[in-house]
Design a protein around this ligand. Structure first.
Ligand code: ATP
Ligand code: MG
Length: 416
């Protein structure tokens, strides 16, 4: 038996309805907020992620699925959604169209991580990317999209944390302060963080090693170092959220695991599923487009983990749609009836009615058991009498009642 690769999951036919439900809420919510879908390839040139995600991140350092293709090109499976969207934005000339550009996607994401609950090697994200506006209203658009989706799913126990990590200008001072603080404590830090100390001290605050987390608790915070412009942006976003009566907390320790963020960063966190509780993470990335070779265009967006989202919804016992069930199961009785039953079912299907019949050749008793398992709402036995008279008994499985009905009126009776 060849088994599934570590850290990946099958979604079985019996549970896929949950995904359909979540995806349809996503598409509706995205549409209400004016996002249009973008579909980018599952793999990109490795260079895109090196430049777009950053060489000091966990993703680029440890987690990318990178290989040489047969033409000796270095290719990487999508390890996040933003870089591909930004590349497409530049490459297809969307830059020169009316701004802002509001795009969303639902995509698989591949990261070589240590698999555990809520942490997979292939997971799926709903993401939005807004290019071409640097106002806090754009940040609010992004945050409110996530918030609205979570509300529509019925998830209420989520915390919204926001922070500002400033712009490259004010980050210089902040980086100095961080370097000074962590240099004195370098002996207690993990080897990766000792490297980060030189290249990108901000990343230390995002380290998952407990010792580094302890040290980070007393580290200088960004909000004490940001410039006037960044502070105004941050304050205005808070005003907007308050005006919309959205609960949030300013978490001065919040940074994001990706290099390209500027100003606003935010996360939605749930307590329902333990350690891997961050359902959605996002923020502003004003330097990304330029960093991957485009003009200077600001951007803001988020990525939301769908496996975690479904886990949270399940833990809270929320409605996640229903498994598809046949509206009617027609059970042929006797060999001669099979083709007639099959024709009948085919006709119903053509009219958009979910109908089933036997295609295995099992006994009537076994058919009844099977029909029950499928959750069919109505069951009708089709024997020789029924075929000749053109009248069948429709049994309503919801309440056990039976009614006689002309086969010719079946479509109408079943509601189409
Ligand atoms: P974490 O801190 O949990 O590693 P991250 O900062 O790497 O998260 P992002 O890159 O911001 O996460 O991805 C956006 C969202 O995608 C996360 O908030 C999470 O819900 C989900 N996600 C990220 N990595 C995984 C994974 N390996 N398995 C499942 N979901 C994930
Ligand atoms: Mg991660």
């Amino acid at each position: 038996m060849i088994s599934i690769p570590k850290g990946t999951k099958d979604v079985l036919p019996s549970e896929v309805y949950k995904w359909h439900y979540v995806e349809s809420l996503i598409r509706k919510t995205a549409s209400d907020f004016g996002w249009l879908e973008i579909r980018t390839p599952t793999f990109e040139h490795t260079e895109l992620f090196l430049r777009g995600v950053g060489e000091t991140t966990d993703i680029v350092n440890k987690e990318m699925y990178t290989f040489l293709d047969k033409g000796n090109r270095s290719i990487t499976l999508k390890c996040e959604g933003t870089a591909g969207a930004a590349r497409a934005f530049i490459e297809n000339g969307l830059v020169s169209q009316a701004q802002p550009t509001k795009m969303y996607y639902i995509t698989p994401v591949f990261r070589y991580e240590k698999p555990q609950s809520g942490r997979l090697r292939e997971h799926h994200q709903f993401g939005v990317e807004l290019f071409g506006s640097d106002t806090p209203f754009a940040d609010a658009d992004v945050i409110m999209t996530a918030k609205t989706l979570l509300n529509r799913l019925g998830i209420t126990d989520l915390k919204l944390n926001i922070n500002s990590i400033g712009c490259p200008e004010c980050r210089k001072n902040y980086n100095e302060a961080l370097k000074a603080y962590f240099s004195e404590r370098a002996d207690k830090m993990c080897p990766t963080c000792r490297e980060r100390l030189q290249k990108n001290p901000l990343r230390i605050l995002d380290c998952k090693v407990p010792e580094c987390g302890e040290l980070a608790k007393d580290a200088p915070v960004t909000l004490d170092y940001i410039c006037d412009g960044c502070r105004q942006h941050h304050d205005k976003l808070k005003d907007i959220l308050s005006y919309l009566k959205v609960d949030y907390e300013v978490n001065p320790k919040l940074v994001r695991g990706l290099d390209y963020y500027t100003k606003t960063v935010f996360e939605f966190i749930s307590n329902a599923i333990g350690a891997q509780g961050t359902v959605c993470g996002g923020g502003r990335y004003n330097n990304l487009v330029e960093q991957i070779g485009g003009p200077s265009v600001p951007g803001v967006g988020f990525g939301m983990g769908l496996e975690r989202l479904i886990m949270v919804a399940e833990a809270a016992g929320l409605y996640l749609g229903e498994r598809q069930k046949p509206l009617i199961y027609i059970a042929p009785l006797g060999d001669e009836q099979y083709i007639y039953a099959y024709g009948l079912v085919n006709g119903l299907r053509q009219k958009g009615i979910t109908a089933e019949t036997d295609i295995t050749g099992r006994s009537l008793k076994a058919q009844m058991k099977y029909a029950d398992k499928t959750g069919a709402r109505y069951v009708a036995v089709l024997g020789e009498n029924e075929r000749l008279s053109g009248v069948i008994k429709l049994k309503d499985m919801a309440n056990g009642t039976e009614e006689e009905i002309n086969i010719s009126e079946l479509t109408e009776r079943l509601g189409r």
